[in-house]
Design a protein around this ligand. Structure first.
Ligand SMILES: *Cc1c(COP(=O)(O)O)cnc(C)c1O
Length: 408
């Protein structure tokens, strides 16, 4: 069952954290809540009344607005119904298939890696840099074999992975790069927005708890016109023309050609209506989350914890997650800390149980925790605190007091 507060499955069976007025219940601060304003709601109503509710004019406008947001007209933005779909389409368009290997981090959500398996290719999981919790470029280089075709970095928590090193490795070894930017709107790397870097494709997520949301949704961004063309066709059943084209173009509306066995990955106009207004607010949302992160950093400076790494000077951290790690000197362990926070009415979570710990990945590739010492070490000590724009300053203070109460 999905928790209505944090939108995650299997969330400890807590009482409903949202009351009937859809406001945060005083008794419990959820781990995450989307911020949906009147403009989003009016736009959805407009869509519902328009008669065009699936992929159509608003999905187009959302794609154009997304490219404008990234500020690079050489990019194409392709709206999809999840980031998982976008990652799958990007790898498919790059021709990844059986016999190929794709390198990614063990410190991520399973969606990052599962798409490689959809295509019959193999996943090579590697460890993280303990300072940033992002994929370690040296570990990538060590994992390259003659079968390696692509690198799939994740901008963990909203902090850019070391893209200059990763793009350098890819260039030297002739590998493709697809960025999992599910946490990274907006994030910069050396002053440039993630989405505009020199990778082959970048994929953003608009899942309910991400930095902006369309309920479910994602965006595939690329500057490669061939990749874009293939992804657009495969997004909708491998049809040569999408439904909006067919019903608005001058040629007969009933005619189309199937050129491949494609997927059903298009984003609805209902979702795009939300996205148009969420995107317009994305920078403001980021500023609020950065403010909360700064308050946490200051408040926890004297506790036996490792606060999350900030961005490099001049760069933007999207602050999708605020991941606190308990130091050796902490009076209690991670599990007890989460229990204490729940008891104090604070929702928190763990991002993520590393992939090498899950039965499927462990057994499929014979993985051992010792092979991922940094991810394993972080996993055993980390928890994610609430960090979202609907939190008031009083909510932030409440989290701080609960953490200090548990660890002080
Ligand atoms: C949320 C998430 C995804 C999947 O996004 P969906 O839009 O839910 O498919 C992929 N990778 C990471 C790192 C995520 O956090």
């Amino acid at each position: 069952m999905r928790c209505p507060g944090c939108a995650r499955t299997g969330c400890a069976g807590l009482p409903n954290p949202i009351d009937s007025e859809n406001t945060v219940n005083d008794a419990f601060l959820p781990f995450a809540l989307p911020e949906i304003g009147d403009e989003e709601i009016a736009e959805v109503v407009d869509t519902l009344k328009s008669g065009w509710i699936t992929t159509g004019p608003k999905a187009r406008r959302f794609e154009q607005a997304f490219t404008e947001f990234l500020g690079d007209e050489s990019l194409q933005s392709i709206a999809v119904n999840s980031a998982t779909a976008g990652l799958h389409l990007a790898l498919e368009a790059l021709g990844i298939g059986p016999g190929d290997e794709v390198i990614t981090t063990t410190h991520t959500f399973t969606a990052t890696a599962e798409v490689v398996r959809y295509l019959g290719a193999d996943v090579k999981l590697v460890d993280i840099d303990p300072a940033t919790l992002n994929i370690d470029p040296a570990a990538i280089e060590a994992a390259i074999t003659p079968r390696t075709r692509a690198i799939l970095p994740v901008h963990y928590a909203g902090l850019a992975a070391d893209m200059p090193s990763i793009l350098g490795i890819a260039k030297r070894h002739g590998l493709k790069v697809v960025e999992d930017a599910a946490h990274a709107l907006p994030t910069t790397s050396a002053g440039r927005l993630v989405g505009t870097l020199q990778s082959d494709a970048t994929v953003f997520s608009f899942y309910a708890n991400k930095t902006m949301t369309t309920g479910e949704g994602g965006m595939l961004v690329t500057r490669n016109p061939e990749l874009a063309k293939r992804a657009r066709v495969m997004r909708l059943h491998g049809m040569s023309r999408d439904a909006f084209d067919r019903f608005t173009a001058k040629v007969p509306s009933w005619y189309y050609e199937i050129v491949a066995p494609g997927f059903k990955y298009n984003l609805t106009d209902i979702a795009a209506a939300l996205g148009l207004h969420q995107l317009a607010r994305a920078r403001g949302f980021q500023q609020r989350r950065a403010e909360i992160a700064a308050q946490y950093d200051a408040a926890f400076a004297d506790l036996p914890v490792v606060t999350p790494p900030g961005p490099r000077a001049g760069d933007t951290h999207a602050w999708h997650l605020y991941v606190l790690r308990l130091a050796e000197a902490a009076p209690i362990g991670r599990d007890a800390c989460i229990e204490a926070l729940f008891a104090a009415g604070i929702g928190c979570s763990v991002h993520y149980i590393p992939l090498h710990q899950h039965p499927y990945w462990r057994e499929r590739y014979g993985l051992r925790a010792e092979d991922f010492p940094h991810s394993q070490h972080a996993y055993e000590r980390m928890l994610s605190l609430p960090i979202y724009t609907r939190m008031t300053d009083a909510d932030v203070q409440r989290v701080i007091a609960a953490v200090r109460g548990a660890l002080g």
